[in-house]
Design a protein around this ligand. Structure first.
Ligand code: FAD
Length: 481
């Protein structure tokens, strides 16, 4: 069902019709203190950070609004590693491995390399399912590096600032209403980017969207005090090693930086049945990366919500269930996995991670045929060559497909761009575009475009593509010629 605006889903009027009528309170927004920017980026996560850096570097006065106390988003909370800067080449004899995403995403990795905050790009061996390059990051150093890069670019960062509403003037957003400990404020802007993952800004601005609820939510934990080599030896001895990658760990190259057993994802029964049954029931498993000795960085615990993760009340219930399941997972790891006997929970995601919230209707919706057919467009803003479900879905001939600028233009709004997991409705096409490195590339394009629109005082649909392409190439973005 296509939705539009925020009142309906937030208040759940549809489902409660017939019972108690929802009362509405009209807020007076005419007297809020306001600040003025060229570009306002809503959501300082994977895509939003890159968007704000690129907009500020283009010379636009840029604000980044982030609800949490740090920037980084799901890339520092959820996943296994950054997937992927490279094409999927292994299944295509004669095809070369190529780095197809560069720009600010690679700059972040370069900065992290200098301070021991990444494994670097490590080839994954083992099952062909994981035919990819794994770039794992130290989540805490990532938070530091991106804040520094935002600062150097001259972006104004407003953390602990929730995007709480939008005010429209015709087909444009005039400004965003925020809530922080400084009260409610109004951020006026010329061009806006929705990189909230949930699509909050688009929904507040009345854009069309769908809530597909086609993924489980998750909370990822880091386990400390783990003997990685002992665990590896155990998995190998039991023929239970799923995938493996080597890279930099604690400053030394050539170390194990990624390890996966089959259990929890595809069970081959090589581990004790009680362990396998336990982790499957809990929604957890063992696919993990690490940048440090004695640490398993992301142990995911999944949970399928009955409704979309925009439903606050169901999310509150899930927070408890998942945290209980994390502890039960820890107990299973301690009991059954040698090397994990003394493990403890060193980190959890501060709140649920989502794989999708609202999917915002944009001028173009990337299809699975576009992805696997390696389609490029006249308005490509990046090239991408990874799919989460490889080898079932590969990009044609081990090449790339393009993300068109049209796919970032929020339908019906003239000064709003979307970037990140909130684009692409098809489940399997999204299994490619939602990945971190693709979100970062989209962020760079959205930030650059928003700055150009603000400085030229034009709508997003009137921006000449060649201007955008030239600016992206200048900032080292890779485009297939
Ligand atoms: C469990 C899990 C595992 C994953 N594993 C991998 C993996 O191994 N490799 C990979 O490449 N990808 C992986 N992904 C996918 C990838 O991490 C995400 O799709 C991607 O990071 C999304 O980026 P984003 O910028 O759209 O959203 P996010 O990075 O989530 O950023 C959204 C930001 O907006 C902020 N925000 C939200 N609402 C508001 C508001 N109203 N006001 C202000 N701020 C707001 C949030 O706090 C957040 O910082 C995984 C995802 C999950 C959930």
């Amino acid at each position: 069902m296509l939705l539009s605006g925020l009142a309906l889903p937030a208040l759940n009027l549809e489902e409660s019709s017939g019972s108690e009528k929802q009362k509405l309170f009209k807020e007076d927004t005419s007297k809020l203190p306001f600040r003025e920017f060229d570009v306002v980026v809503a959501g300082g996560g994977t895509a939003g950070v890159v968007a704000a850096i690129s907009a500020a570097r283009q010379g636009a006065k840029t604000a980044l609004l982030e609800a949490k106390g740090y920037t980084g988003g799901t890339v520092v909370e959820g996943g296994t590693a950054l997937h992927s800067f490279y094409n999927l080449w292994k299944a295509f004899p004669g095809v070369e491995k190529r780095q197809v995403v560069k720009g600010i995403a690679q700059e972040i990795i370069d900065r992290l390399l200098l301070i021991g905050g990444t494994t670097g790009h490590g080839d994954v061996t083992g099952k062909i399912d994981y035919d990819c390059v794994c770039t794992a990051i130290d989540t805490e150093l990532y938070k530091l590096v991106v804040l520094e890069m935002l600062d150097e670019a001259g972006a104004s960062v407003f953390t602990n600032t929730l995007v709480a509403g939008a005010v429209k003037k015709g087909k444009n957003i005039d400004g965003i209403i925020t809530q922080s400990r400084m009260g409610r404020e109004f951020f006026k802007g010329r061009c806006f980017i929705d990189s909230t993952a949930y699509g909050d800004l688009s929904a507040y601005a009345g854009a069309e969207y769908v809530e597909l609820n086609d993924h489980p939510v998750c909370n990822s934990m880091g386990l400390g005090n783990v003997n990685i080599e002992k665990l590896y030896t155990y998995l190998v001895k039991n023929n239970a090693l799923g995938d493996l990658a080597y890279g930099i760990r604690d400053g030394k190259d050539g170390q194990i930086i990624r390890m996966g057993s089959e259990s929890g994802y595809t069970i081959r029964g090589k581990l004790p049945q009680e362990f396998v049954d336990g982790v499957v029931k809990l929604g957890s498993g063992l696919i993990t990366t690490t940048v440090h000795d004695n640490y398993l960085m992301f142990i995911k615990v999944n949970y399928k919500l009955p409704v979309s993760p925009t439903n606050r009340d169901e999310v509150a219930k899930a927070e408890l269930i998942i945290r209980q399941n994390q502890f039960k997972t820890l107990e299973l790891f301690r009991k059954y996995l040698p090397g994990c006997e003394n493990a403890f929970i060193a980190r959890t995601s501060p709140s649920l991670n989502i794989r999708r919230g609202r999917t915002i209707t944009c001028d173009y919706d990337i299809t699975l045929d576009d992805v696997i057919g390696g389609r490029h467009f006249e308005d490509d803003i990046m090239a991408y060559g990874f799919h989460d479900s490889a080898p079932r879905y590969q990009i044609k001939n081990g090449g790339t497909y393009g993300i068109p600028f049209n796919a970032l233009l929020v339908k019906g709004i003239d000064n709003l761009l979307a970037a990140g997991m909130l684009i692409t409705s098809d489940f399997q096409a999204h299994m490619s575009t939602r990945n971190t490195v693709c979100c970062m590339g989209q962020g760079q394009a959205a930030g650059t475009a928003a700055a150009l629109c603000a400085l030229k005082k034009c709508s997003t649909r009137d921006l000449p593509y060649n201007n955008l392409r030239d600016a992206l190439l200048k900032e080292n973005v890779y485009l297939e010629s």
